[in-house]
Write a protein that binds this ligand. Sequence first.
Ligand SMILES: NC(=O)c1ccc[n+]([C@@H]2O[C@H](COP(=O)([O-])OP(=O)(O)OC[C@H]3O[C@@H](n4cnc5c(N)ncnc54)[C@H](OP(=O)(O)O)[C@@H]3O)[C@@H](O)[C@H]2O)c1
Length: 263
Amino acid sequence: MSYAIITGPTAGIGKAISYQLAKKGYNLILVARREERLKDISNELQKKFNIKVDYLKEDLTNKDAPRNIFNYVDQNNLDVEVLILNAGYQHHKKFEDVSLEDEEDCLRVLGLSVIMQSKLFIKKLINRGGGRIMVVSSVAGFAPPSGEFATLYGPVKTFMNRFVEALNVAYNKHNIYATALCPGFTITEFHSVSGTQDRMDKVPKFMKYSAEHVAKEGIDGMFKNKEIVISGGIYRFLVSGLSYLPKSFIRFIGNKIAGGRYE
Ligand SMILES: NC(=O)c1ccc[n+]([C@@H]2O[C@H](COP(=O)([O-])OP(=O)(O)OC[C@H]3O[C@@H](n4cnc5c(N)ncnc54)[C@H](OP(=O)(O)O)[C@@H]3O)[C@@H](O)[C@H]2O)c1
């Protein structure tokens, strides 16, 4: 069986996607910073699903990380069919309070590292006769920005959605399909990491989904060659209404629910 690379498999959506792909029999290459967790999850997946799991301790804020991942695959002659570009976080600060360095790091993890990994692997995917790239994006990529924090988060996710569309236009003819998985509020470590757990706790229950739910919808959609997978019925409904509703109304609702955040 071929390999899937998953960035950010040590928690949340990436971890749940790792289990989904392991269940399908894929061998895995897991990429994140926390080595203990990488080791534990790798051992568990290997035992439970009888697959091969390699892990790489890489920090995606590091400019060389995409190249290191590619070199590992190349040197070990691994047949990678699926890229899941999921790792991410956000700043819970005002734009002017995030340092240039922190802003650049976040843009690299959410954006540049996604582009660079896709760029490095695309020729391998063409040569092997096809493959899949999933970018874990967000409904924030559709909604008009409405809060004063995490100013760049939504715009980067919009960029990622467009990037996925551009990949499909260029590479579907090579049997390569790209998917943007767009979750809404999902119960993961994302909010405790970004210091917004208190706001997440106030989001109504019907607007929160489990990481497992999001991962299952994402993987099912990816294998059906879907370009955009909006996870959760409530978010499919909300996003479909965005083009009809006035921006001022959407911003008002966004602010009421979670201080202008959509995640
Ligand atoms: N949770 C939500 O409500 C929500 C909604 C929409 C979209 N999303 C998107 O879903 C994706 C996954 O988020 P999540 O909710 O599952 O968050 P999470 O539970 O905090 O998991 C984030 C994962 O990303 C990895 N990561 C973070 N920074 C990294 C770095 N510098 N280098 C390498 N890996 C890094 C973490 O691993 P290590 O810490 O071990 O490195 C972890 O495995 C993100 O792209 C996020 O934008 C989340």
